[in-house]
Design a protein around this ligand. Structure first.
Ligand SMILES: [Zn+2]
Length: 110
């Protein structure tokens, strides 16, 4: 934990007081934290990020998710491993579709 000191204008102080008393039992620290998390989620910097890849041997032809190159049955592609995190490319929800990358795109995406 760290104590931060910053200056807010009157209107923002009033907004903080209203929000904290309405939703967070008057706890201003919790209110600021919730506001920042909401902003991060809203600007898509918080969500699911690719933290690695596992190999995947194709049992049928598939295309690379990124470059679209076709690959045949038996070829090895890479499947992303997603974790909760922050990043410019963070996804708001986990992808439902089959997501496979060729070695070039997997390397470039890391
Ligand atoms: Zn590719």
């Amino acid at each position: 934990m760290q104590r931060l000191n910053f200056t807010l204008d009157d209107a923002t102080v009033e907004l903080l007081e209203t929000l904290s008393s309405t939703y967070y039992a008057g706890n201003k620290s919790q209110t600021v934290r919730a506001a920042l998390e909401s902003l991060a989620a809203h600007t898509r910097h918080m969500g699911w990020v690719i933290t690695g890849y596992t190999t995947f041997v194709l049992d049928k032809p598939e295309a690379c998710h990124t470059c679209g190159e076709r690959h045949r049955k038996g070829e090895v592609l890479y499947r992303p491993v997603f974790e909760r995190g922050a990043g410019a490319k963070a996804l708001p929800v986990l992808p439902r579709e089959m997501w496979l990358e060729c070695s070039n795109c997997a390397e470039a995406g890391q």
